[in-house]
Ligand binder design. Structure first.
Ligand code: SF4
Ligand code: SF4
Length: 748
């Protein structure tokens, strides 16, 4: 259908008093060739909206709305069946620049040109229309998995719960007592999961498969085909979303020889202590005699750069519990707790207090320097105690409070891979290095968890990040992983106690439900919720270079044997990183493409060198930087009137051809502003900012070829809260470009 472009300029929110609106309307219908342009006192009000609707009834199908930021009035300015392009005259122009000033008017005119250029090329996306299964698969039947299953079922969704053990309950089901989960948080509680298990097993929406493992998961959100195996026989089913709640495993105590583990059977871990408690008697493994003096060594391998650098959150409370149980079993027992710090968060201080009040439990800060056999006892030697003394404790039993490791990095393959990587990193020469490289090549696909066995080109399970936890620690979105529609919760996400795990179960169930619902509506999940577009590949020109399959942070693309990318639409987060990396520029979205952004850049009016009005281009990420600049506008913080911002989905979606186009078109400088990269995961698409950093090398190369100064292109990363910093960055950049001088290519 032919485009009929209707442009509107709002006069409200000071726009009418600050700009020559008539001039803007003439520009829209003149040079920009819109079919009509109208101005209105308050475009978002009933009368303004009716004006737009009546034009739509008359045939307008492409709307350019020059008013407030697109982050406001979203519902009001969405019109079914129309392309709707927002031009941010309020926050980006009149609230952040001198009113009735020549440069402010030129800025508004350029934003109108940019908006109309985009409206001319953008099309309405066709939503993904295939059938979507809304069933939720929960992998792991512990406290978290059961909570997730019950919550999803309670919300009206069918659930399949797969547990590899013969019964539900996970670790909690193996413990006889637990620290309190309810007020007054002082006394031990018995563990009885039978009611919870019966609730799960009796729920008509939940199908439970115990003693079952996942053989393979193929497909995409809404269409995951799952094959499972139990007792040697297989079965298959389809689900829409997946929750991984596979919990934790104890840290490998064989690496704690310096604390006596392995040198005496009477040095045990806290998990082994649970086994003794469950058996009903705390005895020495060496001779079966009652253990009456028990030394607990806290942070055994935790908060230690050589082992687990993190705190496992529960070990202190577990030790307090075990000391209390030991005292309950036998009031003659003495417990000695040697700690770096005792961590009993919130009201668990009360629980700690209960143990402190018990004369049979001794707590001291101490650094353990050795555990040795001394006759019939184990001698624990420690220094840096509270009083500064070196102490020796004679104990029947030493319990190491080992931490939690996510039950994600399982398997011999992963272990071999980790070792190989360590050797490669050390760079040791010789046969060992060669063997390590070979192992790495052979096993690099295992850089995951080997639990879900996903049929993904980028690996079979959830990618793990820091400390081997699946990377669900996005600042903005808990439970998210780098696999769309697959969420991590409970101790596989982060070390937690049972209460937090149950909360995780509820939270992750909602994420799974959102995922299947959005897939069924054909839209992307967070953060591009509501986006119906997805990448389209012009395959005739694909060189099978595999950049898109490798750089997609979400494993969206598989590939055929020749290397041609195969799109799994509902895995896609619509970040545009593939568009940014494709050297052939053949990946596009209906409303975001190399061509669309290029035409927006080219639409800007570049004054000639005699006017001495520099022009800067800002490619600004929609996730944090754009809202930060909006907030700066709301706060009336001024920034240079020489910069024109074009929003991008992610810094990683910037194709370097845009930079080249801008420089050869006469822009004097280019500011690329995105979210922070790094472990704190500000980047909403994980690797976008990092990838832009790498691509900046190519940009520098391009600048060199053009004999242009490197400083003409600047990359900045910031958070949404940096709204005061961003105008400063813009102004500094404008000053810097002023010093460097105008682009010599201007006018060519
Ligand atoms: S848009 Fe993003 S998530 Fe989708 S295929 Fe491209 S890189 Fe992957
Ligand atoms: S990056 Fe472009 S050329 Fe390379 S495989 Fe992907 S679509 Fe093909």
């Amino acid at each position: 259908m032919a485009k009929r472009i209707a442009a509107y300029v709002c006069r409200g929110c000071e726009i009418g008093e600050s700009l020559n609106v008539e001039e803007l309307c003439e520009l829209a219908t003149g040079d920009c060739e819109a079919d009509l342009c109208r101005d209105h006192e308050c475009l978002c009000g009933d009368a303004g909206l009716e004006l737009i609707k009546s034009d739509i009834r008359e045939g307008a199908n492409t709307l350019v709305l020059a008013a407030c930021s697109p982050r406001f009035k979203t519902d009001e300015f969405t019109f079914d069946g129309c392309v709707s392009e927002r031009v941010n005259l309020r926050e980006f122009v009149v609230w952040s620049h001198e009113p009735n000033d020549e440069d402010t008017q030129m800025l508004a005119a350029d934003y109108l040109r940019i908006g109309i250029a985009r409206a001319k090329k953008a099309e309405i996306p066709d939503p993904f229309g295939e059938s979507i299964d809304k069933k939720v698969l929960v992998v792991g039947g512990g406290v978290t998995g059961m909570a997730a299953a019950l919550e999803a079922a309670g919300a009206g969704y069918d659930v399949v719960l797969v547990e590899k053990e013969p019964q539900l309950g996970g670790w909690a089901g193996k413990f006889a007592k637990r620290f309190p989960l309810s007020p007054p948080y002082r006394e031990l509680e018995p563990v009885d999961l039978s009611g919870r298990i019966a609730e799960v097993e009796g729920n008509e929406r939940i199908t439970v498969h115990t003693g079952t493992t996942i053989q393979e998961i193929k497909g995409q959100p809404g269409q995951f085909d799952v094959s499972v195996k139990a007792n040697g026989s297989g079965s298959a089913f389809r689900v829409g979303a997946i929750v991984q709640a596979t919990g934790w495993k104890p840290y490998d105590a064989s690496r704690l020889g310096h604390l006596g583990y392995g040198s005496s059977p009477d040095v045990i871990t806290n998990v082994e202590m649970e086994e003794l408690i469950a058996a009903g008697a705390i005895t020495r493994p060496s001779d079966g005699k009652p253990a009456r003096r028990i030394a607990f060594i806290q942070c055994a391998g935790s908060r230690d750069e050589n082992h687990l650098p993190y705190c496992s959150a529960v070990c202190c409370r577990v030790t307090i519990k075990q000391a209390m149980v030991a005292r309950e079993f036998d009031s003659e027992t003495e417990a000695y707790v040697l700690y770096k710090d005792i961590r009993a968060p919130g009201q668990y201080e009360e629980f700690y207090q209960t143990a402190q009040d018990d004369p049979g439990v001794f707590f001291t800060k101490a650094e353990v320097v050795g555990v040795e056999k001394a006759g019939d006892y184990l001698q624990v030697e420690a220094e840096n105690t509270l009083l500064g003394d070196r102490i020796r404790i004679e104990a029947d039993l030493v319990v190491l409070a080992t931490g939690m490791v996510p039950a994600a990095a399982d398997g011999e393959g992963v272990r071999r891979l980790t070792d190989a990587k360590a050797i490669i990193e050390k760079g040791e020469a010789g046969a060992q290095l060669e063997a390590a490289k070979k192992t790495f090549e052979e096993l690099k696909h295992l850089e995951g968890t080997e639990i879900l066995n996903l049929d993904y080109r980028q690996g079979p399970d959830l990618p793990v990040l820091k400390y081997e936890f699946p990377d669900s620690h996005f600042i903005c979105f808990p439970y998210e992983t780098r696999r769309t529609g697959i969420y991590a919760a409970g101790c596989v996400r982060a070390p937690n106690d049972s209460l937090v795990c149950m909360e995780d179960g509820a939270g992750v169930a909602l994420k799974a439900v959102q995922s299947v619902e959005l897939a069924s509506q054909g839209t992307a999940v967070h953060p591009r919720w509501g986006d119906m577009s997805y990448p389209d590949f012009f395959m005739q020109r694909c060189t099978q270079c595999k950049r898109c399959t490798e750089e997609c942070p979400f494993g969206t693309l598989n590939e055929d044997e020749k290397g041609t990318p195969l799109l799994n639409t509902t895995r896609c987060r619509r970040c545009g990183i593939c568009l940014g990396c494709c050297p052939e520029r053949i990946i596009s979205f209906k409303d975001y493409s190399v061509e669309i952004i290029s035409s927006m850049i080219k639409s800007v009016d570049i004054p000639d060198e005699f006017e001495e009005k520099p022009r800067l281009l800002g490619l600004i990420c929609e996730n944090d930087a754009y809202p930060a600049l909006d907030v700066a506008g709301l706060k009336r913080i001024q920034h240079s009137a020489f910069i024109r911002f074009i929003p991008v989905r992610c810094l990683g979606s910037i194709n370097t051809v845009w930079v080249a186009d801008a420089l050869s078109g006469g822009f004097d400088g280019i500011l690329l502003v995105g979210c922070k990269s790094g472990d704190d995961y500000q980047c909403h698409f994980i690797r976008g900012s990092e990838l832009m950093g790498t691509r900046s090398e190519n940009i520098r190369e391009k600048l060199k070829q053009l004999a242009l100064e490197e400083e003409r292109v600047r990359l900045e990363q910031l958070a949404i809260s940096d709204f005061e910093k961003l105008p400063q960055i813009i102004n500094e950049f404008a000053e810097q470009i002023d010093e460097i001088g105008l682009n010599p290519f201007k006018g060519f």
